[in-house]
Design a protein around this ligand. Structure first.
Ligand code: ADP
Length: 380
């Protein structure tokens, strides 16, 4: 049996999960402990001063004797990391070099790595990247149509995110359908606070909606997703907004919160149920964007076997699933109302029996994916 500590260090929080992984071909992990330390750096009584203090607090009560490894979620691996990496000084330096591409995330991830190395000397540490799963994107899918020399010089490239989630969910979809991963083409829809779509061809990511940063693509809780880039010039020139303010507007005050005043899908659905027109429009914009990506990725894949919903919204909001795929029956895509509305929780199919495309709901488990990739690196 292996014991793995999974750490997800954000700018103001540390999420941790301690997992026991039995030695078996298809191990089912046991969660020994999990939790979150929040409000890092806040000027409040009891708030941890920095990541070192937060992580010490998190690790204090944990049974870490015989710990096999620590798996770190790292948001941006750029083009450097196509797979998880055993942490050493060279890997730390490479993650630090990518900070300009992920100025909010990578510094926090690095802080977690540095502190864990100091607190747990001798325990192997593995960095698992959100971007790595998407390094199989064909060049035509990862290249932005801008001046090639400028793009090259500044690393303007579709990196993609949520890779651990798209990886585990596409694998679990193939297992749910009882088919070999290599033969299944799936569109995975990770709909959480952040949201992204991915076209997975036989287990390989071939298209994904987030790009240089997690801002592109689907409508999210607080992010706009796709828009005409000229909106940014217009806000700058005509509205006189500084770039920092536009950045904040598009990342923190757009999406559902921008349209309807709430970023939480439960709250949005509750408002829509009262007849609130802004909530109704936000819901339509959100679902329509998903439908556009499904159409685009269906065309990209040529043959589609499954569409899988995951994460907070995808797993728990039947109204979103039904609306996002409405009117696609001519493409073989249908949602069975009774199956969709059933209060089930596990991996399940919600399309009618024998539908050409299986519509699925599959819970994601990024911590388990990070732990299993971590053990994979140690085994290699
Ligand atoms: P994160 O991206 O932070 O991991 P989650 O995957 O937990 O986020 O997703 C959070 C989103 O899921 C929120 O918008 C929340 O409203 C939504 N959500 C959670 N439960 C439900 C539910 N029962 N019905 C509708 N939306 C839900």
């Amino acid at each position: 049996m292996s014991r793995v500590l999974v750490l997800n260090c954000g700018s103001s929080s540390v999420k941790y999960r301690l997992l026991d992984v039995p030695r078996s071909p298809e191990p089912e992990p046991v969660v020994v402990a999990s939790g979150v330390v929040e409000r890092i750096g806040e000027d409040a009584p009891g708030a941890p001063r920095d990541h070192a203090e937060a992580l010490s607090a998190a690790l204090a009560g944990l049974p870490l004797d015989g710990l096999t490894a620590v798996g770190h979620r790292v948001v941006h691996g750029g083009l450097t990391f196509t797979a998880p990496a055993l942490v050493d000084d060279v890997v730390v330096a490479a993650i630090a070099e990518l900070v300009p591409l992920a100025p909010l995330h990578n510094p926090a991830n690095l802080a977690g790595i540095e502190v864990a190395r100091a607190l747990l000397p001798g325990v192997p540490q593995v960095a698992v990247f959100d971007t790595a799963f998407h390094r199989t994107l064909p060049a035509a899918a990862s290249t932005y149509a801008i001046d090639a020399a400028t793009a090259e010089r500044f690393g303007i490239h579709r990196y993609g995110f949520h890779g651990t989630s798209h990886a585990i969910v596409s694998r679990r979809t193939a297992a749910l359908l009882d088919r070999p991963l290599a033969e299944v083409n799936t569109i995975t829809l990770h709909l959480g606070n952040g949201a992204s779509a991915c076209a997975v061809e036989g287990g390989r990511s071939v298209a994904t909606s987030m790009g240089l940063s997690p801002l592109e693509g689907l409508v999210m809780g607080t992010r706009s997703g796709d828009l005409d880039p000229a909106i940014i010039f217009h806000l700058h020139r005509v509205a006189g907004m500084p770039i920092e303010e536009i950045d904040e507007l598009l990342n923190r005050r757009s999406g559902l919160v921008g349209l309807a005043g709430v970023n939480d899908m439960r709250a949005l659905l509750a408002r829509r149920a009262t007849g609130d027109p802004a909530a109704a429009l936000a819901f339509e914009v959100y679902c329509r964007r998903i439908r556009s990506y499904v159409g685009a990725y269906y065309a990209e894949l040529g043959r589609l076997d499954a569409i899988t919903f995951t994460a907070g919204v995808g797993e728990n909001a039947p109204a979103v699933r039904a609306a996002a795929l409405a009117g696609l029956d001519r493409l073989g895509i249908e949602v069975d109302a009774a199956r969709n509305d059933a209060p089930e929780r596990g991996a399940r199919v919600i399309s009618p029996p024998d539908a050409p495309v299986a519509v699925c709901v599959v819970p994601t488990d990024e911590e388990w994916e990070i732990a299993s990739q971590t053990l994979g690196v140690l085994a290699a």
